[in-house]
Unconditional design. Sequence first.
Length: 299
Amino acid sequence: VFFLFSVTVSNPVEKVTYLVIFHILFVLFVWTYWKSVFTLPMQPDKKFHMSYADQERLENEERPEVQRQILAEIAGKLPVYTRTGNGGVRFCDRCQLIKPDRCHHCSVCAMCVLKMDHHCPWVNNCIGFSNYKFFLLFLAYSLLYCLYIAATVFKYFIKYWTGELTNGRSKFHILFLLFVAIMFFVSLVFLFGYHCWLVSRNRSTLEAFSAPVFQNGPDKNGFNLGFVKNLQQVFGEEKKLWLLPIASSQGDGHFFPMRASCEARNPLLANEEQWEEDGIDDEPQGSGEASSLAIERET
């Protein structure tokens, strides 16, 4: 790109303008990529991990109904609202923890990741609560970067075909830059557009394929709070930070606001405020209620 500008742009002001815009986009592109790669996925808090005594009690118990009771007692102390497909407690037997809402086990990272979206081979990292904003910005600035390169090179591509461009060394650079920029631009448009749609609905990639299950059954819009609030869940309330790869997502990744209808029809567990104030429930879960719970096994 530097070589192309130096041999084809004769106007110094135009050349400086091109290079300034190029460097701004390039810095933002590298910055967001760096944050996506080196921001480690967040794991559930210690409160969600089973104690050694509970692990031993669960492993030594062979009766399924008693195992369900044990899990129900542990889950009753936590702000967990989603369930497995059969209505059971979401439990990871690899990490030995009760899964927070929207948390999933990544087989590549070998750990449970808060609000896991997917494991991305582009950045060789798991995309979740801690770096989802950075990943979105990385896609956005990559898209703008490719669009800028294609737009600035296109007019020289026209000159190349009409014979106005006589410098033989720049012809190869023009063809290569235009082809690569357009190729990545097209692929990024679909990927970025898909994730914009997910953000507008407050869903992760995993939730788009498999709707989260609440007490009353699956609900793909269970976390949908409306377009503006959905954006704030990912980018925060400080709009000046939205376009910068600085952590500003709302919450801590363990609890997510839900539609009022979802919360109203979920009497199984105490709400977040009660959990923070009391630490434990006043009364244990009923045996009839616990019998309907099942252990989720990761495979």
